[in-house]
Design a binder for this molecule. Structure first.
Ligand SMILES: Nc1ncnc2c1ncn2[C@@H]1O[C@H](COP(=O)(O)OP(=O)(O)O)[C@@H](O)[C@H]1O
Ligand SMILES: CSC[C@H]1O[C@H](OP(=O)(O)O)[C@H](O)[C@@H]1O
Length: 396
């Protein structure tokens, strides 16, 4: 993988990002360039540089030595930029159609230079506007199935897999998820952030021993199961989409973890969008959940049956067991993500953007009830219809 060591780290400015793009020969000589920092995520700088005549652009993403959303008081490794560019390249070797092209990366500057996807829209924004993206779930189901299978002990040489897993050891970013997704929302922790009116609902969660035990079991899985290479943060803000294209960005949280995790994050963010919509407009989100699972299982099963490198793959019952457990885990992970996006540090615009306070609080209470039942009853869902059922049962 091309990681070029060339400079001493400094945060880029728009001028410096432009000069770097010119130095790297990304544009024709003398091109009139415009650059804007467009990062709207929690962690990094993102520079969009465009040739104003041809309208061709590139993206330079740079990690900061701290978490942007909190500031310098939360130091964070620059190595996440290497993880991100390596994950994009690894995913591209299996599903090039679903990730941006990486043109260049530089470990010292903590940058990834990549394809400009501005022709597409961040899926969270489009879903909030009411778009449905007919191919979103087909594409994400295929993305997860292929990246999971080909990076697992069933899809690649098992010794090579261990080396690949080593190159994706990502302790600092995993700790963010261990804390923010699996721990802090279930305790009275100072990273939590919720409206005063929700305090009784939140305190009820903190007193719920059954919920805490199940959240602990899910955290243990996340900590200990090095099954497949995960994106690690597959929410709808990490997906660019249009009616016919889908691209997954931002895999700086990539690591070897439990196969159900990316599925669970994606399901949860579809549910969070459904929670923000009037009842009559929710159906497309549930259709996406059904279709993601269908596409994932059919592609994963096909690869397992035709390309597996493991002797035991043909053992009757093993594939069914792997898929059964992946589904149960995905439901539980989805529950944790729904709860943390409602009362934890990093919220989502789907819920926070509901203008009427009473409606917003009602949607958040619904989210807490739904998240809790997804976690506690994850083994009883018996298929993606269970998401609809629990959604309706937790409405009031
Ligand atoms: N390849 C890209 N093409 C166009 N815009 C991009 C690209 N990558 C990121 N962006 C823009 O930058 C924003 C933040 O990027 P993201 O990778 O999610 O950053 P962070 O790691 O800080 O969350 C995205 O929401 C999107 O608007
Ligand atoms: C302090 S990081 C909080 C939160 O931000 C990350 O998301 P993104 O980089 O896409 O904005 C991730 O979900 C973390 O849990």
């Amino acid at each position: 993988m091309t990681i070029v060591q060339s400079a001493v780290y400094e945060p880029l400015t728009e001028q410096k990002a432009t000069a770097l793009a010119v130095r790297l020969g990304l544009f024709r000589d003398g091109a009139p360039l415009a650059c804007r920092e467009i990062g709207d995520g929690n962690l990094n700088l993102v520079f969009h540089i465009v040739d104003q005549e041809t309208k061709q652009g590139v993206i330079i993403k740079q990690a900061l030595p701290y978490a942007k959303v909190v500031g310098e008081s939360w130091p964070l490794t620059l190595k996440r930029a290497v993880i991100e560019s390596n994950a994009l390249r690894t995913f591209a070797s299996y599903v090039p159609q679903y990730v941006p092209k990486v043109y260049y990366s530089d470990e010292s500057l903590a940058i990834t230079v990549m394809e400009d996807l501005s022709r597409l829209q961040i899926a969270r924004k489009g879903l909030i506007e009411g778009k449905t993206y007919p191919l979103l779930s087909r594409h994400i189901g295929e993305f997860i199935a292929k990246t999971a299978f080909y990076t697992s002990d069933f899809g690649m040489n098992q010794q090579e897999k261990k080396k690949l897993a080593q190159s994706f050891v990502n302790p600092e970013l995993c700790k963010i998820t261990e804390d923010l997704v699996f721990t802090d929302p279930f305790f009275d922790h100072d990273t939590n952030n919720f409206e005063d009116e929700l305090r009784p609902d939140v305190e009820a969660l903190w007193e719920d021993d059954r919920l805490r035990l199940e959240a602990a079991k899910l955290k243990r899985k996340f900590l200990t199961e090095a099954d497949v290479l995960l994106h690690g943060d597959l929410h709808t803000g990490s997906i660019f989409a249009s009616d016919d294209e889908t691209k997954v960005i931002d895999p700086e949280f990539a690591f070897y973890g439990p196969i159900g995790f990316d599925l669970g994050q994606f399901f949860a963010n579809l549910l969070l969008n459904a929670l923000s919509r009037p009842e009559a407009e929710r159906q497309p989100l549930f259709v996406h959940i059904d279709s993601t699972w269908k596409v994932f299982t059919s592609i994963f099963a096909e690869l397992w049956q035709t390309e597996s490198v493991e002797t035991y793959a043909a053992t009757p019952g093993l594939l069914d067991e792997v898929l059964r457990q992946a589904f149960i885990d995905a439901v539980g992970f989805a529950g944790c993500e729904v709860i943390r996006r409602t009362i934890g540090l990093a919220h989502v615009a789907d819920l926070d953007g509901i203008e009427q306070k009473a409606e917003r609080l009602a949607a958040k209470r619904h989210a807490l009830r739904l998240g809790r039942r997804l976690i506690v009853e994850r083994a009883e869902l018996a298929g993606t219809d269970g998401f609809r059922r629990l959604f309706i049962e937790t409405e009031r």
